[in-house]
Ligand binder design. Structure first.
Ligand SMILES: [Zn+2]
Length: 451
């Protein structure tokens, strides 16, 4: 064996394993999971540590790739690796690279800190055909062109299509339906940041469910905490559960924070948002630039929205107990929704996975470690059909996180959103050590994931 992990406690929900075992790795793959002794060129002594399949982030926002200069600007992928994520799913909320196919090619050429799979971002399809008014419906001829583009990217291995319906109010049912139709062939996922939140979350979820049912394709409702943790979470989870019980392939994801993050110019802050969230301007924090850390007032809000619409803000508006309800629900996946620009952003990019273990397994005791790991690994791999990921079966890719359960803790804050967590001892990506004791050893091990 190239590498043997000895004496650790293995938790692998895919294979129903919860036991002290040794793991042998060769040529990037898991070759043995056994109580017998294994010999290897390199040994990790994991005595006292927990071994899990590498975490899979069901929903994140990838770093940019500069096509002209052929280079990545690595920010969030470092955060991912340091919190134990070995596979990240990007292209979410309808936004991402204009050419997801070239992005995947670049991942394979340069490598990344983590493995990466992508959804086709719908807003870029609009951009590619010159439809730049988000409040307007698309011309029918352009729908056909967008559909052809989407088909091309899906055929090149994108895992599905994502829509940011919230951000494109002009997106009508015929556009959603026509583009999502290309997913039927391989039964890939349609994912969405749905049209509206709070009191409108149920009809908005039904709009997406209708697309899934009409086409018979899997549906993913993105970051349900920021959509329905304003008094609607129980109804939202029940709605999703009911469709699931009827045999629909529907799932959702959530991040473990009670604050969302978005640009100040986004439609999230269109007229009426204070009433919608039943809040005041001072619940909105500025996350970067000269006003970083300050709360908004009416004057500052209108000034910044006009002058700097890209400015990242954090809305401290969700109900804690409803985020808890989502995170601990057995069918809800963990997705950080993380993004980082120039070290700024939301702590969810650096803290999500350790935080779920710390807050819900260790402190509140509302999740077992086994079910937390299941939501972070196997269930997410299943959702996106990633057969090589999410488990420690012999023959699977050796993506592994080794952590100290007693120590594991998220450290990132709104003040300092890129602080690495504590307790992540080793992160292995494709059989090699990518992170050791919070330090990134190499950023080259991650590969593209195509389906
Ligand atoms: Zn979103």
């Amino acid at each position: 064996m190239d590498l043997v992990i000895k004496n650790g406690f293995v938790i692998d929900p895919k294979n129903r394993i919860y036991a002290k075992l040794n793991i042998g790795i060769n040529a990037g793959k898991i070759r043995a999971v056994t109580s017998s002794n294994l010999e290897g060129d390199k040994i990790i002594d994991a005595a006292g540590l927990t071994i899990s399949p590498g975490f899979i982030d069901a929903h994140m926002h990838e770093d940019s790739y500069d096509v002209d200069n052929d280079e990545f600007h690595i920010n969030v992928f470092d955060c991912m690796a340091r919190m134990g994520v070995t596979t990240a799913i990007g292209g979410n909320c309808g936004s991402g690279p204009n050419r997801p196919d070239l992005y995947l090619d670049a991942v394979d050429k340069h490598g990344l800190p983590v493995n990466f799979g992508i959804l086709v971002p719908h807003e870029e399809l609009r951009r590619s055909v010159g439809e730049n008014n988000k409040y307007k419906k698309v011309h029918p001829e352009n729908i056909e062109k967008m559909k052809n583009l989407a088909r091309k990217y899906v055929d090149k291995g994108c895992l599905g299509i994502s829509f940011g319906i919230r951000y494109v109010p002009g997106l009508a049912r015929e556009e959603l339906l026509a583009i999502s139709q290309v997913l039927q062939k391989d039964n890939k996922v349609v994912s969405a940041h749905i049209r509206d939140d709070a009191k409108q979350v149920i009809p908005s979820t039904r709009e997406l469910i209708d697309i899934g049912l009409t086409l018979g394709i899997p549906v993913q409702v993105s970051h349900i905490g920021s959509m329905g943790a304003y008094g609607q979470m129980e109804e939202l989870l029940t709605l999703i559960d009911n469709y699931k019980a009827q045999g629909m392939d529907i799932s959702s994801d959530c991040y473990p924070y009670n604050a969302f993050s978005t640009g100040i110019g986004e439609t999230t802050y269109d007229e009426g948002f204070l009433e919608r969230y039943q809040t005041t301007y001072d619940s909105i924090e500025i996350a970067e630039g000269e006003f970083k850390g300050q709360r908004l007032n009416e004057e500052l809000f209108f000034k910044l929205r006009k002058e700097n619409p890209e400015l990242i803000t954090v809305g401290h508006v969700m109900k804690d107990e409803e985020v808890d309800m989502a995170i601990t629900h057995p069918a809800v996946l963990i997705g950080s929704d993380g993004f980082i620009h120039d070290s700024q952003g939301h702590p969810r990019a650096s803290g999500t996975f350790p935080r779920v273990i710390k807050k819900y397994v260790k402190e509140k005791k509302t999740l077992t470690l086994y079910s937390a790991i299941e939501k972070m690994t196997y269930l997410t791999a299943q959702r996106y059909g990633l057969e090589q990921k999410g488990g420690l079966s012999v023959g699977q890719d050796a993506d592994i996180v080794i952590f100290n359960f007693a120590e594991i803790s998220d450290n990132a804050t709104f003040e300092n959103p890129t602080l690495p967590p504590t307790g992540i001892k080793f992160v292995l990506v494709n059989g090699k050590i990518a992170v050791k004791d919070d330090k990134i050893l190499t950023r080259k091990l991650g590969k593209s994931i195509r389906k």
